[in-house]
Design a protein around this ligand. Structure first.
Ligand SMILES: [Mg+2]
Length: 114
């Protein structure tokens, strides 16, 4: 996946240029990822359920959401770099497990936990 490699390389260069490698332990990166996920949640904080119907999502909300999902993606990839995890492979392996854990016949239309 060439774009993925390009993104990974961009992150490595970004970190190296700023000499941030020394700060990027899996623990610190995991904490940063959680902060970014909270920033995503903050966009929707205090909104009523109906405030986020498709017709009410405006350009500012979309712009802010794009920024936060990009931050989350950055830290996710950075954790994978540090721990030598192939994210694409990890995704497909986990989807296999999820399909076993949540069979369609038992979970279709249900939000209950396994
Ligand atoms: Mg952010």
């Amino acid at each position: 996946m060439q774009d993925f490699n390009k993104i990974n390389q961009e992150i490595l260069t970004f970190v190296k240029d700023r000499d941030w490698e020394k700060f990027h332990s899996p623990k610190n990166l995991s904490m940063a990822l959680t902060v970014e996920a909270s920033e995503l949640l903050e966009i929707f904080q205090w909104q009523k359920e109906n405030d986020f119907l498709d017709s009410k999502i405006n350009d500012v909300i979309i712009k802010d959401t794009k920024d936060e999902v990009a931050d989350i993606f950055y830290y996710l990839l950075r954790i994978c770099q540090k721990m030598d995890i192939n994210l694409e492979e990890a995704f497909w392996d986990k989807m296999k497990k999820n399909k076993i854990k949540y069979p369609v016949d038992d979970f279709k239309g249900k939000s209950t936990k396994y």
